[in-house]
Design a protein around this ligand. Structure first.
Ligand code: DX5
Ligand code: ZN
Length: 216
């Protein structure tokens, strides 16, 4: 089974974002990963909805929005207006998870729920039958270019086991430190959507690197 690949534009050249988006389109990747950070939920500020709208106007790719913000519920409508096809929020945020899930459902976007490395899978279990995608963070969210935390592999296998046992249709996405080696470990544990930023932008040929992640 092939993995889906979502390219994080956090590692792109913002002065030449359009060129990078064209490169991503040609690479054969499945999605464009868009990291929104508010400087409070994580220790960094990235970009927000005006950029999302601009990106959406310039590509037909699936926009996979990862909200690393304190109150995601307040911004679901903005994500929708900005063209988000998947909206992922964190269980550790301050928004009510059920209300946030419902708000995403109303937009028609796919529903993603994410866990930071120190949050156990147990916290997500009550929501597993209400979401389309579980995002297991494999680094502490906030920055690109960090190393994959191998201890997360158990969380991925627990989640995959739960999905299979309960006959659910939930994708498992991994984000942080993904390269051709760690993608193999994550896929073996049960992940099927690979997010990668620095690995893909550093590659000599993004298309070849995307293929390695898809085949991992
Ligand atoms: C980190 C972000 C990631 C980041 C991944 O908080 O959620 O999407 O761009 O970057 P790499 O692939 O460089 O670890
Ligand atoms: Zn991300």
């Amino acid at each position: 089974m092939n993995n889906l690949v979502s390219v994080s534009i956090l590692s792109s050249d913002f002065m030449n974002l359009l060129d990078d988006i064209k490169t991503i389109e040609k690479s054969g990747a499945d999605m464009l990963h868009f990291d929104v950070m508010d400087g409070i939920f994580v220790n960094n500020i990235s970009f927000g909805f005006p950029i999302l709208k601009t990106v959406n106007k310039n590509t037909d790719m699936h926009l996979d929005v990862h909200l690393m913000i304190t109150d995601p519920l307040r911004y679901i409508e903005e994500c929708h207006i900005g063209g988000a096809d998947t909206i992922t929020f964190h269980i550790e945020s301050e928004s009510d998870p059920d209300k946030t899930i419902e708000a995403i459902r109303k937009t028609g976007a796919k529903i993603g729920l994410s866990v930071k490395p120190n949050t156990p899978f147990e916290r997500i279990k009550p929501y597993m039958d209400k979401i389309d995608m579980l995002l297991v963070m494999t680094v502490e969210p906030g920055f690109g270019g960090q190393s994959f935390i191998e201890e997360m592999l158990d969380k991925i296998s627990d989640a995959r086991k739960y999905i299979t046992e309960n006959n659910l249709n939930v994708d498992i996405q991994v984000d942080g430190g993904i390269n051709e080696h760690t993608a193999k470990l994550a896929a073996k544990a049960g992940a099927n959507i690979m997010v990668a930023g620095s690995y893909l932008f550093k590659a000599e040929n993004m298309g070849d690197a995307v293929k390695l992640l898809a085949d991992a």
